[in-house]
Design a protein around this ligand. Structure first.
Ligand code: NAD
Length: 284
């Protein structure tokens, strides 16, 4: 039976420390979130971020813009937030409506306020093996889980399934920077099972329920399940057949309660880290 990697517990500990540090600041860190349109899932995510920020004493500004907003108007708003000294971190909730070029929008955020790590300045640093201002939230949360459970990465074969800019791609690069031997799999990968069977650390970030079955992993594998899917009875589940894979793995993240809490935790930590970078002289 695998040891459960408890993201709820780890994130709680990190956030407790963070909240203690924020308590003594005269001026609080500030996160600005821009949400465009009426997507209900996006609204839920934004509200969760706002609530967590409030709990920690982080100020949050939510900028709601209509579905019909023009690209120019959105760029202007980002420019305004870039220049606002009170705002330390800017997040544009994705996806954006079709008439807006997401790449142009994300590149408008000044790298020092790029809390999600989408700007080429920051992603370029990760790709080059040097330090960005902050690391992307979900991959950062995963690395922290591995650290917390003393799971060695160096020299291990890490197989990352998924190559999105938000999870798979930066995570693979971060694991490489930690000296893992990394294989990236994606929708065009042939013989997925042959590759996953060789993983010491297997990370699935696809969004397909039961993609990873017990016959696809070797004994004692470390399994990190990033996927967020729904069962027939609308319960949250990951990409991994948890019940059967748990019997073979050495460590495994549950869904919910694994990677999810770490993502929001990293967002709060990143907001604070950007605040510190922008106020170097005020923070001891
Ligand atoms: P995405 O749709 O952008 O990327 C999915 C990736 O999976 C793609 O790179 C694609 O090539 C790959 N893929 C698709 N089918 C595949 C297959 N059959 N075999 C191998 N690879 C395949 O998604 P994303 O934004 O990276 O998110 C992935 C999943 O992680 C989703 O379920 C999402 O909800 C979840 N997620 C969770 C968190 C969290 O905090 N827990 C954060 C971000 C994303």
């Amino acid at each position: 039976m695998a040891q459960i990697i408890d993201g709820k517990l780890v994130s709680k500990k990190i956030l407790e420390n963070l909240s203690d540090e924020i308590l003594f600041l005269a001026q609080k860190p500030c996160l600005a979130v821009i949400i465009v349109g009426n997507d209900s899932a996006s609204k839920i995510y934004v509200n969760l971020k706002k609530k967590k920020a409030l709990e920690l004493g982080i100020e949050s500004i939510v900028v709601e813009m209509p579905e019909t907003v023009s690209q120019e108007e959105l760029l202007e708003k980002i420019e305004q937030l870039n220049n606002d000294k009170k705002v330390n971190a800017i997040l544009v909730q994705l996806p954006l409506p079709q008439h807006i070029d997401t790449k142009i929008i994300l590149e408008k955020i000044t790298p020092l306020k790029d809390v999600d790590c989408f700007h080429p300045y920051n992603t370029g640093h990760i790709a080059a093996g040097t330090k960005p201002y902050v690391y992307p939230c979900t991959p950062k949360g995963i690395i922290r889980l591995l650290e917390y459970y003393n799971i060695p990465v160096e020299g291990k074969h890490a197989v990352v399934i998924g190559r999105s800019n938000i999870v798979g791609r930066p995570l693979a690069q971060m694991l490489l920077n930690e000296n893992a031997t990394v294989t990236i799999c994606h929708s065009r990968t042939k013989n997925l099972e042959e590759i996953t069977k060789t993983a010491d650390i297997l990370i699935s970030a696809v969004g397909q329920r039961n993609l990873i079955k017990a016959n696809m992993v070797k004994d004692d594998v470390v399994v990190i399940d990033v996927g967020m899917n729904r069962t027939e009875d609308n319960k949250l589940c990951g990409d991994v057949d948890f019940y059967n894979v748990e019997k073979k793995a050495s460590f495994i993240t549950p869904v919910p309660g694994g990677v999810g809490p770490m993502t929001i935790c990293s967002l709060m930590q990143n907001t604070f880290d950007l605040y510190k970078l922008q106020n170097k002289n005020q923070v001891t």
